[in-house]
Each structure stands twice: as structure tokens, then as C-alpha cells.
Design a protein around this ligand. Structure first.
Ligand SMILES: Nc1ncnc2c1ncn2[C@@H]1O[C@H](COP(=O)(O)OP(=O)(O)O)[C@@H](O)[C@H]1O
Ligand SMILES: [Mg+2]
Length: 229
């Protein structure tokens, strides 16, 4: 910032194993977004290393970094970031178009991904015809369609009512149970409590890093395990 150097992160050291479901929490300005940008290969650390799948990606030029991002990272944003006038199917096909997949193959893969998030009956809808929860499900389908190494979600339930938010959390839990690696940023402790590890960032440093036993949904009327048996 002009003359002044801002240290958004000041020596964060974490290792996330394949198949983990972890959350990053911390107050505003603590460095969460900066850390997510680095994890998502949207920016590089000015010092230090970022190993993704064992490869140091912290010094790659932009074009290579973009390729890594397309191949290995799936993003889910708070505000969905879909193409409003494109169909759900087209939105999910997009990363496959960038990856150079053939027309028939990418159609099939996008259909499968939308089916996995329960939107088989909405594939032809334009995204601006969908509810918030449905939009976020399209965004999750888009994130997982390339079978990425890492799915990053930045406040994925932040714009949703509690019931749609619960649906999204259940989908993320299912993806975790299927072996995907997920990292989400949230300021909501209830959301963080659904993950298996909570990394707390404060002032650009890891303040605490704890294994967590996920708690059940707290949404009124939602089934809890004891109700089902
Ligand atoms: N491009 C930038 N230029 C200057 N300061 C920045 C920039 N990006 C982030 N910061 C600062 O770095 C710190 C961490 O920011 P950020 O990662 O956005 O935090 P969080 O997402 O936890 O709110 C803040 O003090 C913020 O003001
Ligand atoms: Mg932020």
C-alpha cells in the first residue's frame, strides 16, 4: 500500500492432508482471503512455499498457475459467481471448456456433476431462474466437475437462508465422505463446527489448529441422527 508494506500473512505454516474437511476462521482482516487466494493459486506468496500435490506452485508464472488452478482447484464463492444467462449445464461445462474437453464428454460430465448435487431436473434452467440454494448447488457441481485435488469454499452459506445453507453443508459433507479434500472459510462457528479441523487465523498467523468432532445440524426441524434410527 503506497510506501507502507502490509503483511497480510506473516508466516502461516499448515499442512492439509488429502481427504480432510477443514475450516479457516478468524476476524475480519486476519488474512483469511489472502490465504485462500494462495491456496487457490489466485496469487503467490511473496516469500515461503506452497506445495500442492507435492509440487511447489509458489513461483509458477501466471499461465502455468492458471493451468494448475483449472486442473486442481474447485472454487465455491459466497455470491455463486455463475453466468446469469447461461444454463446450469453450460455453467458447469465451463471449466471443462477451458480444459479442452470434447463436446460430448463435457456434456456427460456436467450432467453427472449436476446429478450429484440433486439438480438433474434443472440442467436446462438459466442460472438467474434458480433459487440461491440451487445456484450454490450449480456452483458446487462446477467446482467438482473437473475432479479437483482441492475444493475451496469461501463463506459458501453466507448468502443463504438456514435451510438452503443446511442443504449446502450436507452436500459438502457428502463430498468429504466420498474422499474429496475441502477447505472452507467462514466466520460462522456453527459452520466451522461441521468440519473435522478448525484453523483459526489471527493477525496473519495461525492462532490455533484443532481437530474437531463435527456437531449435527442445528436447524429447527432438520432430522438429527437420533431421529432417524
Ligand atoms: N491488496 C492489498 N493491499 C493492501 N493491504 C491488503 C491487501 N489485501 C489485503 N490487505 C490487508 O491484509 C490484511 C488481511 O486481509 P484479508 O486476507 O482480506 O483478511 P480477511 O479475509 O481475513 O478479512 C488486512 O489487514 C487487509 O487490509
Ligand atoms: Mg476476507
Amino acid at each position: 500500500m503506497a510506501e507502507e508494506t502490509v503483511h497480510a500473512l506473516r508466516g502461516v505454516s499448515v499442512t492439509v492432508d488429502q481427504g480432510e474437511f477443514c475450516s479457516i476462521i478468524g476476524p475480519s482482516g486476519s488474512g483469511k482471503s489472502t490465504l485462500m487466494d494462495i491456496l487457490g493459486c489466485l496469487s503467490r506468496p511473496t516469500s515461503g512455499k506452497y506445495l500442492l500435490d507435492g509440487d511447489d506452485v509458489s513461483k509458477l508464472p501466471d499461465k502455468r498457475l492458471a493451468e494448475v488452478r483449472n486442473k486442481k482447484i474447485g472454487f465455491v464463492f459466497q455470491a455463486y459467481h455463475l453466468l446469469a444467462r447461461a444454463t446450469a449445464l453450460k455453467n458447469v461445462e465451463l471449466p471443462l471448456i477451458y480444459a479442452g474437453a470434447g463436446k460430448r464428454e463435457r456434456r456427460k460430465m456436467a450432467e453427472e456433476a449436476l446429478d450429484r448435487v440433486g439438480l438433474a431436473d434443472r440442467m436446462g434452467h438459466r442460472s438467474n431462474q434458480l433459487s440461491g440454494g440451487q445456484k450454490q448447488r450449480v456452483a458446487i457441481a462446477r467446482a467438482l466437475v473437473t475432479n479437483p485435488s482441492l475444493i475451496l469454499a469461501d463463506e459458501p452459506t453466507g448468502n443463504l437462508d438456514s435451510r438452503s445453507g443446511e442443504e449446502i453443508l450436507e452436500i459438502l459433507e457428502t463430498l468429504y465422505q466420498q474422499g474429496n479434500t475441502l477447505i472452507l472459510v467462514t466466520h460462522d462457528n456453527k459452520v466451522a463446527n461441521r468440519t473435522n479441523r478448525i484453523i483459526q487465523i489471527f493477525d496473519g498467523l495461525v492462532d490455533s489448529d484443532m481437530v474437531n468432532t463435527p456437531t449435527d445440524s442445528t436447524v429447527a426441524g432438520a432430522p438429527v441422527l437420533s431421529d432417524i434410527s
